[in-house]
Design a protein around this ligand. Sequence first.
Ligand SMILES: Nc1ncnc2c1ncn2[C@@H]1O[C@H](COP(=O)(O)OP(=O)(O)OP(=O)(O)O)[C@@H](O)[C@H]1O
Ligand SMILES: [Mg+2]
Length: 350
Amino acid sequence: MSIFELAGISFEYESGRKALDSVDLVVPEGEALSVLGTNGSGKSTLLYILQGLITPSAGTLKVFGDTAFTADKKTRIGIMFQNSQAQLFSLTVLDELMFGPLQHGLGVKEARSRAGDIMELLGITGLANRSPWQLSGGEMKKVALGTCLSTNPDIYLLDEPTSGLDPRSQVELVELVIRLKESGKTIITATHDLHIIQDISERAIIIGEDHRMLAAGASNEIVRMQDVLLKANLIHEHAHKHEGYRHRHSHFGIHEHPADEEEPGQGDMPVPGQKISKQEGKPGMSNLEERLKILLEHWQEHNAEHAKTYLEWAEKAQAAGKAELAATLREIAQESGRLEELFRKAEKQL
Ligand SMILES: Nc1ncnc2c1ncn2[C@@H]1O[C@H](COP(=O)(O)OP(=O)(O)OP(=O)(O)O)[C@@H](O)[C@H]1O
Ligand SMILES: [Mg+2]
């Protein structure tokens, strides 16, 4: 069953500021999904819509199969706000963590026991009698996550859960999300943290700076789509010196140094990150065409790089006396040539 089905969802704040534009998205039960996008792209707005806090300005939203966003559906969805202060209002952390369970009809004893379990799980038992308002940012974040866990929702909406956490707490949070995922929860996480998305989600979407869906795919593929990530302002290219020459690479991911990026003899001249400008779509292109154009360029670039590597390894295999393997690798390289042709053909058909 689909938990959420969004068709052409747009949202404008009262000021008339656009926050989401024509977003289509289906989230099946049990999926762990990351929502990526630069500041102001609309990630938090999307989570508010999925929690029923705000109603889309346009489009259709189905929750658990239909368009009625009833109170009982809302109670199945827990949200951890980006700004923890917006979430915390009780006098003590213990009260804060008991509030949800009490609202859900648990007795005081049970609610206290559940709050105790959660504090233990999050390593915040020592904060039980502190005021949530006098905690550090990271401590507040953990309490806010605790309030989310306290009602045992089926769906988790986590807005930037790792921001402001120290490295150990970040790892613990990732492990917690993995456990929630394994227990069958549906988890949607808005984040900038590309390093965690492969651990916390199978699938990721990117919302572009124009508030439209820019890309969607398996998390391990999305993190490698350097050009798309650049376009979405999720990574930046920078130039730096490396063994005497300058070259350029993106500031995330596998620190690749493909041979054709090396630009010897440029001294200390800055190399501007202009890679993305060549990918801007033609005027009049639809969103799908623009996205596909970027993807086709991305695939071609990688295909060309891979083809070089196959040949290099074919030579190595040959030198090591593995003639058969070398021949197969050469065959793979030839097939890459065929792929190149098909990519170009597809580009012309855009
Ligand atoms: N209450 C509001 N009133 C008016 N505009 C708003 C409001 N909240 C957000 N916006 C605007 O809506 C757009 C989307 O904001 P949103 O908070 O959803 O972005 P985000 O992707 O979560 O950004 P960040 O990474 O900074 O958290 C932005 O242009 C923002 O300025
Ligand atoms: Mg946000």
